[in-house]
Design a protein around this ligand. Structure first.
Ligand SMILES: [Zn+2]
Length: 215
């Protein structure tokens, strides 16, 4: 009997602790002072209480090339999470340069007999098999290197999934697309130092640590 009561008590304390942590976290984030915080071309001036949209908004001053030309800096209201995650870096002066924007073509392709060279908007090269050209360009024509050096893009296919929180299309890796990765599988590089080489000869499928497929 005592054991059961004690068990309930522990569970009860645990629930209280969790809700406290959640509240504490929210308070911390809500009261964070971002004044003078810099991200990309933006500098945070003050909290924008006038912006009544859901969430916390900060008024930022933009110093992108366009705003500098105008000499009167543009003031933009940016949601806090976008600032902290570095997703918004300017007033949006040049949307073509935003790497993950899926609708615009930023790639150029050079199609050879057995392999293709893709160029990112920065002119960086990546490689894949010519037989994969249709699927690669069908997923996106905005492939770019992420911070870890992998070629990634937003999956623009009709069938692609979206993030629950933002409604944005999910990010996919070129290596996974090329190898037709299934749930539970991983795609690894034969030569790990050449992550720009996404030809099948440089890729292998791994499941539970075991190599299962190599073309
Ligand atoms: Zn600007």
């Amino acid at each position: 009997m005592f054991g059961w009561i004690n068990g309930c008590y522990i569970w009860y304390r645990h629930e209280i602790e969790i809700s406290r942590q959640k509240r504490g976290e929210n308070i911390r984030i809500r009261n964070r002072d971002l004044r003078n915080y810099n991200v990309g071309f933006l500098k945070v001036i003050r909290k924008n209480e006038e912006d009544k949209r859901q969430g916390t908004y900060w008024l930022c001053e933009c110093s992108c090339p366009e705003c500098t030309k105008r000499r009167i800096p543009k003031l933009v209201s940016i949601r806090q999470d976008k600032l902290l995650e570095g997703r918004t870096k300017s007033c949006g002066y040049n949307k073509d340069l935003q790497e993950t924007r899926g609708a615009k073509n930023t790639n150029k392709f050079e199609v050879n007999q057995d392999y293709c060279v893709g160029y990112t908007y920065k002119g960086e090269k990546f490689y894949f098999d010519t037989s994969d050209y249709d699927i690669v360009t069908g997923v996106s024509t905005c492939w770019h290197f992420n911070d870890s050096g992998y070629v990634t893009a937003r999956d623009m296919r009709e069938s692609s999934g979206r993030y629950q929180t933002t409604g944005r299309r999910k990010i996919v890796y070129l290596k996974d697309i090329v190898m037709g990765k299934q749930k539970g599988e991983q795609v690894k590089y034969v030569n790990y130092t050449a992550k720009n080489d996404n030809r099948k000869s440089n890729l292998m499928k791994v499941c539970g640590g075991k190599e299962i497929e190599r073309k």
